[in-house]
Design a protein around this ligand. Structure first.
Ligand SMILES: Nc1ncnc2c1ncn2[C@@H]1O[C@H](COP(=O)(O)OP(=O)(O)O)[C@@H](O)[C@H]1O
Ligand SMILES: [Mg+2]
Length: 290
């Protein structure tokens, strides 16, 4: 009995790639800022979760804590079944700025991630060969095989960000953490990148946590959209996206997509204390009258 119960417990635990319990973060400065308060969230294996919310609601802070780049002030956080106490090979991050090494080619950038560079001294020739095979496969995955020997400054922003994604995937992380990765790209490139990252998610079977302030992006990519609210930074609502697993651009015009977009935008307005158009008009009128 006891043993089988233990097994079940393990199974439940393994299904959650990320488990966040009562997590809090206070930045101590002159005036302490509660960036996150009582965050609770379970993320399943191979799930694609998007985090949205007004600027300053703690999205980046939460992602950096998941990545081990920032300490939590309270609560518990497990990744891949282990408590998070710093960066780890199970988690990789991609940021808005491409951060490739300008003096290395695309292929070299992908192969020699910081972690692999650190270990290069003790890599056997079999390891090096395996790394090359993996790098080739990733280049194909991101559609840049023909640019293998180009340098980053010869590539468009979208292409550079594809390379950054491939580099993050090189060490086969279980969890990919992305902070507004397409925020600097134009609208057409962003659409292409959306379909690319969905393809990567299907093929690589990673779990993805993706931060954005763009509600349409959050719905199109996410299986669940986690809406955060500011002051203090917290989770307000979690939405299950009512779209088929396999996303297509046309779905952005579907009634259920538009309804969810409207609902989330309204909720962001309600929770962020942002002035509504009515408030603004009233204030302008008052100013004009004064
Ligand atoms: N290093 C820091 N020191 C002090 N306050 C910070 C720091 N980083 C973030 N904050 C504050 O924490 C809150 C959440 O910030 P952030 O996570 O960047 O929000 P978001 O990514 O949702 O825009 C904000 O009030 C921000 O000013
Ligand atoms: Mg941010």
């Amino acid at each position: 009995m006891g043993a089988s119960q233990g097994l079940n417990m393990n199974k439940v635990h393994m299904m959650n790639k990320v488990q966040i319990r009562h997590l809090g973060k206070v930045f101590d400065g002159g005036k302490p800022v509660t960036a996150l308060e009582n965050i609770n969230l379970d993320i399943r294996d191979n799930e694609f979760v998007t985090l949205v919310g007004a600027s300053g609601c703690g999205k980046s802070t939460l992602l950096r804590i998941l990545g081990g780049l920032e300490y939590r002030s309270s609560g518990e956080l497990d990744s891949n079944g282990q408590p998070v106490n710093g960066p780890g090979a199970d988690r990789a991050m991609v940021f808005q700025h491409y951060s490739l090494y300008p003096w290395l080619t695309v292929m070299e950038n992908i192969k020699f991630s910081r972690k692999l560079r650190a270990k290069r001294g003790d890599m056997s020739s079999a390891d090096v060969e395996a790394a090359s095979g993996r790098a080739d496969a990733l280049l194909r995955l991101i559609g840049l095989s023909s640019a293998a020997h180009a340098y980053p400054n010869q590539l468009s922003g979208g292409m550079q960000q594809r390379v950054a994604i491939a580099r993050a995937l090189m060490s086969r992380p279980a969890i990919l953490l992305m902070d507004e990765p397409f925020g600097a790209l134009d609208a057409q490139t962003r659409e292409v990148m959306h379909d690319l990252i969905l393809h990567v998610h299907r093929i690589e079977k990673t779990t993805i946590v993706f931060v954005t302030h763009d509600v349409e992006e959050a719905i199109y990519l996410g299986q669940r959209v986690v809406l955060m609210a500011p002051r203090p930074g917290r989770i307000d609502t979690i939405y299950d996206v009512p779209l088929p697993a396999r996303r297509e651009q046309d779905m952005k015009h579907a009634p259920e997509f538009l309804a969810m977009k409207k609902q989330i935008l309204a909720r962001i307005r309600d929770t962020s204390g942002m002035a509504t158009d009515g408030d603004l008009l009233e204030r302008l009128n008052l100013q004009a009258a004064a």
